[in-house]
Design a protein around this ligand. Structure first.
Ligand code: SF4
Ligand code: SF4
Length: 434
């Protein structure tokens, strides 16, 4: 029940993560730099004289290095997404939420924005003081400086995001490009400057179902209760290893206290591990009061049925994807009958010829030009009109042509199968003799 004067929802408690140093932070920084280099560098990559990866929405094409995918090829993307999901499940079973803590763009870019925040406003204590203080020129300068840098970062992120949809080397000021850049820039300012950990806690579906992905032998970050409790200040007697300094809580970007147990919000980033290790070093105790471990406390065992099933699925899906890519036809051919305005499937000309009209779609699936001939087979005496062979197809080009199949007079009534052919690609069709 909602009590008078209370609210159903708690107000957001702003989190001021403290800077930490240590091996996991170094590892996170290294991975973050490598992934950001990929994210920001990929749109600039060239392949065969054009952008290597480009989702050309108006042209309804997706360029992936030497591949040109059309809407007819979405099964490749479905397969790729299923493969990525199973791989994530496998990584989760083995390493818990390490994807979230080390590789998720949400975490990486939020950390980059927090780093800039630290440059301008200082570490945790200074930021808390600054936010509590009244407005002065110094505070205004710091806040403005931060927002100017964030805006520049958001702007560049917007340009990069637009570069996945429009050729980045030819970006010009058109309404669609400007809108795309502004959308991603504003979204990144909101997401990484303000919303941050709330996305992981309230929006991301992976955080919700990850419990089903983990088992007793998955890697998690945990506090060693048996060693740490009873916690107490450094000089108190009879205490465990935890000196209740709260360094782990202050370092946590999710604002949680890992000492109260594993929590849904924990992204396994190990900032608390680094923070506690630093403290343990200072007080001369063994590291690892907070550490990567498993629910059972044993070393992780990669040889488990769950992992074997995931690896089997990855192998099957990966092999299927490679097989389909290798055996993919360089051309896609489709033909649909055009019914006359009077609803007729076939028309008899005044001199007795019989015509059927088809709309033919031809797609060059290669990243290089092709010269092809469109032919009709299986109908002796038929003429194919409306197309001039050879046909020159540019990389990824979709050609649409209305063609007419014409049979001489004197045909028997019925339906005759035949096929359109381009190279080794065929499309079966039928000719109607009225
Ligand atoms: S509890 Fe530790 S590992 Fe989990 S999110 Fe917080 S700092 Fe990262
Ligand atoms: S950093 Fe370590 S010692 Fe300090 S409160 Fe956390 S668990 Fe206890």
């Amino acid at each position: 029940m909602n009590l008078p004067g209370s609210s159903f929802t708690a107000a957001r408690r702003k989190i001021y993560p403290r800077a930490v140093h240590g091996r996991y932070r170094n590892l996170r920084n290294g991975i973050s730099l490598a992934l950001q280099a990929i994210l920001f560098g990929v749109p600039w990559l060239q392949w065969g004289g054009r952008q290597a990866i480009l989702a050309d929405l108006p042209g309804r094409k997706l360029y992936l290095f030497g591949l040109v995918l059309h809407p007819q090829d979405t099964y490749f993307l479905h397969l790729l997404l299923i493969l990525a999901a199973v791989t994530l499940f496998c990584v989760s079973a083995l390493a818990g939420r390490m994807w979230c803590g080390y590789a998720c763009p949400q975490t990486i870019l939020s950390q980059a924005f927090i780093m800039v925040e630290r440059w301008w406003e200082g570490d945790r204590a200074a930021r808390i003081r600054l936010d509590k203080a009244g407005w002065t020129i110094a505070k205004l300068t710091r806040k403005l400086g931060k927002w100017v840098c964030w805006s520049a970062m958001g702007g560049y992120l917007g340009v990069t995001a637009a570069g996945y949809f429009f050729p980045i080397r030819q970006l010009t000021v058109t309404p669609s490009i400007v809108l795309t850049v502004i959308f991603f820039a504003v979204w990144s300012l909101f997401e990484f400057g303000y919303f941050r950990e709330q996305f992981c806690s309230y929006v991301c579906p992976y955080a919700r179902f990850q419990g089903a992905m983990l088992d007793d032998e998955s890697l998690v970050v945990a506090y060693d209760q048996s060693r740490g409790e009873p916690r107490g200040k450094l000089k108190s007697s009879g205490r465990g290893s935890c000196i209740d300094c709260t360094a782990c809580v202050q370092a946590c970007p999710m604002g949680i206290d890992i000492r109260t147990g594993l929590q849904l919000e924990c992204i396994a980033c190990a900032a608390c591990v680094d923070a506690c290790d630093e403290v343990m070093d200072r007080v001369g105790q063994e590291r690892g009061l907070i550490r990567y471990t498993t629910y059972t406390g044993q070393d992780p065992n990669p040889f488990r049925p769950r992992v074997a099933i995931y690896l089997g699925l990855i192998t099957v899906l990966g092999s299927l994807l490679v097989y389909l890519l290798v055996n993919r036809s360089p051309l896609a051919l489709d033909a649909v009958r055009v019914v006359s305005p009077g609803g007729q499937l076939a028309v008899t000309t005044p001199d007795g010829h019989i015509s059927n009209v088809f709309k033919v779609h031809l797609i060059n699936r290669l990243a290089s030009p092709q010269t092809v001939n469109l032919q009709a087979e299986g109908l002796p005496g038929a003429d194919l009109l409306g197309v001039t062979n050879p046909i020159q197809l540019e990389p990824g080009q979709v050609m649409e042509a209305q063609v007419m199949m014409l049979l001489p007079p004197g045909q028997h009534h019925g339906i005759r199968p035949f096929s359109f052919r381009v190279g080794n690609t065929r499309k079966e069709a039928t000719f109607v003799v009225p």
